[in-house]
Design a protein around this ligand. Sequence first.
Ligand code: ADP
Ligand code: ZN
Length: 727
Amino acid sequence: MLPMTTANPTVLLDNARHLLKTVYGYDTFRPLQEDIILSILQGCDTLVLMPTGGGKSVCFQIPALLREGVCLVVSPLIALMKDQVEALRRNGIGAAAYNSSFSQSELREVIRQCQSGDIKLLYVSPEKLLSVVPFLKEQLKISFIAIDEAHCISSWGHDFRPEYTQLHSIREVLPGVPVIALTATADKITRRDICEQLKMKEPAVFISSFDRPNLSLTVRSGLSLKEKVSEIDRFLKIRPNEPGIVYCLSRKNTEDMADKLKNIGYPAACYHAGLEGSIRNKVQEDFLNDRLQIVCATIAFGMGIDKSNVRWVIHSNLPKNIESYYQEIGRAGRDGYKADTVLYYSYGDVVMQTQFANDSSQKELNLAKLHRMQQFAEANICRRKILLNYFGEAVIQNCGNCDVCKNPRPMMDGTRLAQMALSAVSRMNEEAGGNMLINVLRGSANAELMNKGYQNIKTYGVGRDIPYADWQQYLLQFLHLGILEVAYDQGSALKITNLGKDVLFGKQTLQLSELVPISFEKKSSKKTKATAPSSDNENNTPEEKLFQLLRTLRMKLAQQDGIPPYMIFSDATLKQMAELLPTTAEDLLTVSGVGERKMEMYGNDFLETIQSFLQQRVDAPKKVQKGDTYKITLELYNQGLDVETIAAQRAMSATTIWSHIAQLAEQGESIDLRKYIPKADEERIRKAVEEVGNGNALKPIFDQLNGEVEYHKIRLTLSLIKMESQK
Ligand code: ADP
Ligand code: ZN
């Protein structure tokens, strides 16, 4: 393996590519991944800026596998650390998280495994690193140090963590060991700060594009809450079971939104800092494990989660700046598969956010940032161009995946509309706010309006043909174009600007963009009706049907193993299976995301589902019964074969056969499950089930039993419990 630094780059990259395929199941590196890997393998200090979902992990994991010794990974969140370790193990890579509650013997065991090369990556929290490294370095060769979320080191960044500032002293403790810092968010100052604080020596800096082409961008303005909810309903109907997040401005908003969605039949929960910790954890866990489809959350949600199959993100209100917006939509589609984002904003949001900004300590800065956010939402040019330009990437091409690109907005002469509004504002002595203005224009008869006598002004009711929501959108354009402004210090009253006066007195014309209704229908599913209610609707293509079957299988396997479904295979991988229809192990290995270890663990289950799907299509008129696979198992069982033999004969995993047996028993077949569970084990399992308090997941129960009782016994005992409760 050594010396890496002098090895030929071509050879190094061949090795890296080989691992990418065999371990992760991917055919090609993404842009910059190769360069970064090479830089680390050559022993350079390296700084990596890549957006969330860009594929940073592979950049240090592959060098860790290729270099002699163990790589220390510093990561700020314990939950994420555990997730990453679990994901690595699923790919057959030895990894562990150093934990302060380790006993002496556990620590010795980890060190032994590092020495033998069984563990190649050791995750450590920043607090622990400095105390444990002097000890580790006595016994281990440390290949390099990877510092994830490196922007946490800088007080200029938005997520400063004091623990990170001590990291610089690692350089003295481990002289000559290269450091690689990775982050998804760092402006120039933060970037420099990271390099300086970590005392990086002539670091190689890699900045990848921040574009996330798989995210669609849509902005909708001026809808009432009711209209918003009904639009979200239409949006969700054509995305059955697809997990997503609705971001709301306040705690109260999250609760309202979750209630509204629940009322129209969607599994939704709210998440905000005011909830009890245990409730928050449950929501997060359920979402992570695909047991809960929708979370309505304040921005607090998402920091500590690593769910790669979030298929959509909706902002129910205008975010305070583009950075937050981009970070929040970035939680969708991390698996690289297409995902949708929708931003709703209204006149009320602008007023509210402006007030927040006014009251904040960095008032000027925050107002300026809010203004940029507003410009983005109002824009008539490709939204992705605006975003990327904001982050300093010059882009000329239109993206084709935002609402502006998809529905180019024709312009119209808006002078008369503007004059109606300006005249009304003037006649109300510039004392009224936006909602009152619209009510006057539309000739509404509400009490406040009557009290003020506004029904008597000349422009009362001149705009009653235009719906309220459309007026709201025009009003936003008026503000944005600068003919009106809001006096936040005078109860948000509207004032006419100099430009506005020119328009009012006919010295200047005004171009507005036409309001175009946007449909949420998916382009890909040609004939899907917007009202199609569920996954089994008739318009589903065979691919979609198979995809749903594979998802169900993934869910079942995940529950058996007590891990989140995306850790088995990503949505993108399942989609590819549904398209390529692999029927042999060899074929399956060509699917992106299927590495050797996962093939071994899950391959047969997925192949079987695909085969039986194909079979059903061939024998369509005969309609192969769904329960056939169970029947075959039952037949073999009745012939007196044991589970291992049945598994071997059917080319399935024993785990699958055990689950067939359990299912068959639950369906009333005469199978004595107790035959397989010694009395003492059954009692221990039952106790553990009570302690863990979660009916379905096997892994927590397995852990509760310190791994001393086999999975299949737990699986069967759960069936016993279920059958008792059904009696
Ligand atoms: P980050 O840490 O930058 O947010 P991850 O490392 O979690 O992103 O990667 C995001 C997703 O992209 C993961 O599902 C990962 O397996 C996948 N991925 C990474 N590199 C590649 C590649 N070269 N080809 C295909 N998928 C990849
Ligand atoms: Zn675009």
